[in-house]
Design a protein around this ligand. Structure first.
Ligand SMILES: NC(=O)c1ccc[n+]([C@@H]2O[C@H](COP(=O)([O-])OP(=O)(O)OC[C@H]3O[C@@H](n4cnc5c(N)ncnc54)[C@H](O)[C@@H]3O)[C@@H](O)[C@H]2O)c1
Ligand SMILES: O=C(O)C[C@H](O)C(=O)O
Length: 320
């Protein structure tokens, strides 16, 4: 069986990390596409030169020509700009919307059968625009954010309880901004929900509230530390989990930005919800039962996403 093909649109900090992980895991051959000359070629060659040491077979190619992504099974999009300290993700909208237009056209022409995983921020509005610009079916265009936000939540909880990260499950829903909704009731240690762990004296409500707040601001915490850009190791690991899940038809239930068509009473919008991710892409959207407070938080997160979509339509009326 021929190897699968993974196209990485954007070969910056996340793109390079994605290429390394995809090659190491032998998910397939990798094409790094970027408008910056030399960067995708250099990163591809550097990673390929590590393959004899680590023992993996994957062909890596750098390119400035969309023809090289032809027939890709998966396209992971990080093209655009990242924020720096003092900026919000929303400040990236103007520049990155134009980038999504050219990327959407490139994918539509050369890789129309791929699963497209968008990472570029502001995530929910960018994946929504990318789906429209590419014209690919909505089940084949998904956004990565919820796995990352949930991983941050899980990591902070594992630290608090001094248990393995593998024993902690957590779900973060909503838009990928400060209004995201870490679901405390649905987050567990070995199946025991956090409210029960508070009752058992393992932690306090105040500590969980602080962890929820830190999770919401997790991206900004890394930006403030790095100063030159934003997180890339955990974002890349999250997108690789999605790509692997699709290629192996694993049907993991993971939070991703997916297009809603009636679920949660919403239509024609992308927002973070649990989905079943398998060989058909987004195979099912899971409608979690939310209580009054959770619903209010979800609604305010959705309102923030709608505002960004309106801003996109103002900039590019073809999206209206
Ligand atoms: N969804 C998430 O959870 C999440 C997490 C981290 C970062 N991000 C976002 O991902 C994006 C990429 O982050 P990064 O750290 O890799 O940034 P980066 O600046 O290191 O890389 C971006 C790359 O995109 C390239 N690029 C710009 N315009 C392009 C175009 N038209 N076509 C092809 N390539 C183009 C640049 O040359 C650059 O190499 C940012 O928007 C960032 O905010 C999202
Ligand atoms: O915070 C950012 O700007 C990047 C990304 O969205 C993140 O959450 O790490």
């Amino acid at each position: 069986m021929a190897r699968k093909k993974i196209a990485l649109i954007g070969a910056g900090m996340i793109g390079g990390t994605l290429a390394h992980l995809a090659a190491q895991k032998e998910l397939g051959d990798v094409v790094l596409f970027d408008i910056a000359e030399g960067i995708p070629e250099g990163k591809g060659l550097d990673i390929a030169e590590s393959s004899p040491i680590d023992g993996y077979d994957s062909h890596l190619k750098g390119s400035q020509d969309y023809k090289d992504i032809a027939g890709a099974d998966v396209c992971i999009v990080t093209a655009g700009v990242a924020r720096k300290p003092g900026m919000s993700r929303d400040d990236l909208l103007g520049i990155n919307l134009k980038v999504m237009k050219s990327v959407g056209e490139g994918i539509k022409t050369h890789a129309p059968n791929a699963l497209v995983i968008c990472i570029t921020n502001p995530l929910d509005a960018m994946v929504w625009a990318l789906q429209k610009f590419s014209g690919l079916p909505a089940n084949k265009v998904v956004g990565m954010a919820g796995i990352l936000d949930s991983a941050r939540f899980r990591y902070f909880l594992a630290e608090e309880f001094n248990v393995s990260v593998e024993s902690v499950t957590a779900f973060v829903l909503g838009g990928h901004g400060d209004t995201m909704v870490p679901l405390v009731r649905y987050s567990t240690v070995a199946g025991i929900p956090l409210p029960d762990l508070i009752e058992m004296g393992w932690t306090t409500q105040a500590k969980i509230d602080a962890i929820v707040d830190r999770t919401r601001k997790g991206g900004g915490e890394i930006v403030a530390l790095l100063k030159t850009g934003s997180a890339y190791y955990a974002p890349a690991a999250s997108a690789i989990q999605m790509a692997e899940c699709y290629l192996k038809d694993k049907k993991l239930v993971v939070p991703c930005a997916a297009q809603l068509s009636g679920q949660y009473g919403l239509n024609d919008l992308y927002v973070g919800v649990p989905i079943v991710l398998g060989a058909d892409g987004c195979e099912r959207i899971v409608e979690v039962k939310l209580n009054k407070d959770e619903k209010a938080m979800f609604d305010s997160s959705v309102a923030a996403v709608h505002e960004l979509m309106d801003a996109c339509v103002k900039l590019d009326p073809s999206l209206g």
